[in-house]
Design a protein around this ligand. Structure first.
Ligand code: GAP
Length: 438
């Protein structure tokens, strides 16, 4: 079956909804905006937490071979010299000779997106790291960098984790945290920003097992997106040609999502080989290797790394969830978000503002809050309130009406089917909990 034509306004619609309903705001907007950073509003902060939690659950909590880490954002130059970022973490920068705008040469097909000129300066390597000063003294000794990826914290702590947790390969170290890149052209909403959040895991394996684990993690990560609601046909695997690999990589496969401008990188899964541990061993003088005292076995593990932006993933989940349909002759916008990702799982809607319903609605909401994130909405007609909840992806609306005072039951409405069922108040938490995938 042919897929329906893509809505050419999808990106604008999602950006608009995200701002209007409090998912994502352009930062410093009252000062004219900053273009390269975004703020997450009351709904966005809920959803981003859910994205992180879903990742952590699948990558750490549910496994016995991965442990967590939260490393510093600010680091000394030695780390970035050893990792190769000081020398090679660059993008090709060109200036348009006509309008003087600056662009990433590999992203513009030889034509200035601003003025249409084809005349550019020669490309020069522009380092993407943010440099700053640590402490009150200026000068080279005080130079520090904001991390451009969370990964290096896992390599510099390799021995600490190995010793503290008595692990042996295969095992992984996972981390979620902010990263910073001075992107030449931040663009496409939160797809590419200068401040963003990553969810990365470094999986240390015996060199002979690296290829098997590389393939394993590509499939695991692909399936994670599908499980959380991205249709498999909106995703694809793109294996990089040898010539396109990053300085550290022996193999990289991107999981690409069909963004409104076409398929583009959502997550990268790389076989980093022994590059990082060897680089840091040589630079620090500390041997970063696995040594088994019983067998005398000693080797430098290879590393398989699935790395994704939580902010970019949230954008993909929003785009995939956005739908417009017609319910009872009325058109609506609905975010078909998986309940595990939705900013609110349940909305409690007292049918009227009359004080009789207020107490019972509060009681229902407080029971539900023990298990779910709940919104209580008392304004406007019930139909309008359903539409508002559909638009922000709330999977279930629980309506408290006058009959509820007699039968101690409520009406549960499903966002996607709009089907309604009556459920005793004592059973509503269990009923809805049973509908959430684990
Ligand atoms: N440690 C490997 C690494 O950082 P990467 O492909 O440069 O690899 C991994 O980044 C993921 O981080 C990307 O697939 C993307 O989801 C996210 N990401 C990278 N740069 C980003 C940016 N400027 N804005 C938002 N997300 C970004």
């Amino acid at each position: 079956m042919d897929s329906p034509p893509r809505d050419p306004e999808l990106l604008d619609k999602v950006i608009n909804l995200a701002k209007r309903r409090g998912f994502v705001f352009p930062s410093a907007e009252i000062y004219g905006g900053f273009r390269s950073t975004y703020d997450y509003g009351p709904l966005g902060v809920n959803m981003l937490r859910n994205v992180r939690e879903a990742w952590w659950r699948s990558m750490v909590q549910r496994r016995d071979d991965v442990v967590g880490l939260d490393a510093a954002i600010l680091g000394p130059p030695a780390v970035w010299a050893a990792s190769g970022h000081l020398d090679t973490f660059t993008d090709p920068l060109v200036d348009c000779r006509q309008c003087k705008e600056r662009w990433r040469a590999d992203k513009i097909d030889g034509v200035c997106p601003n003025c249409g000129s084809t005349q550019f300066t020669e490309p020069r390597a522009f380092n993407l790291m943010f440099k700053t000063q640590a402490g009150p003294v200026e000068g080279e000794g005080a130079t520090a960098y904001l991390r451009p990826e969370t990964a290096q914290g896992m390599f510099t702590n390799f021995l600490n984790v190995l010793t503290a947790t008595r692990r042996r390969p295969p095992f992984g170290i996972a981390q979620i945290g902010k990263s910073f890149r001075n992107e030449i052209t931040p663009q496409n909403f939160v797809f590419r920003t200068r401040e963003f959040e990553q969810m990365e895991m470094e999986f240390f394996v015996a060199p002979g097992d690296a290829e098997t684990w590389y393939r394993y993690w590509i499939e695991e990560r692909f399936n994670w997106f599908v499980d959380l609601g991205i249709p498999a046909e909106s995703l694809r695997r793109h294996e990089h040609a040898a010539a396109d690999l990053s300085h550290y990589s022996r193999g990289t496969t991107d999981i690409e999502f069909e963004f409104p401008w076409g398929f583009d990188e959502l997550e990268g899964v790389a076989n980093r080989g022994d590059y990082d541990l060897i680089q840091h061993s040589e630079a620090s003088g500390v041997r970063l290797e696995y040594y088994d005292t019983a067998s005398g076995e000693r080797y430098v593990p290879y590393v398989i790394e699935p790395a994704v932006g939580s902010t970019r993933a949230m954008m993909a989940f929003l785009l995939a969830a956005y739908h417009e349909d017609v319910v009872e002759g009325e058109s609506r916008t609905v975010l078909r978000l998986d309940p595990r990702l939705a900013p609110y799982q349940v909305a409690v809607l007292p049918l009227s503002k009359k004080p009789e319903l207020d107490g019972l609605a509060r009681e229902v909401a407080s029971r539900l809050r023990e298990r779910f994130v709940v919104d209580v909405d008392v304004t406007q007609s019930i139909g309008r309130r359903y539409r508002r909840q559909d638009e922000i992806g709330t999977p279930w609306c629980v309506t408290v009406d006058f009959e509820s005072l007699q039968d101690r039951a409520v009406t549960v409405r499903d966002r996607d089917t709009t089907a309604q069922v009556r459920v005793p108040i004592d059973e509503v938490v269990a009923e809805l909990a049973g509908r959430v995938a684990s």
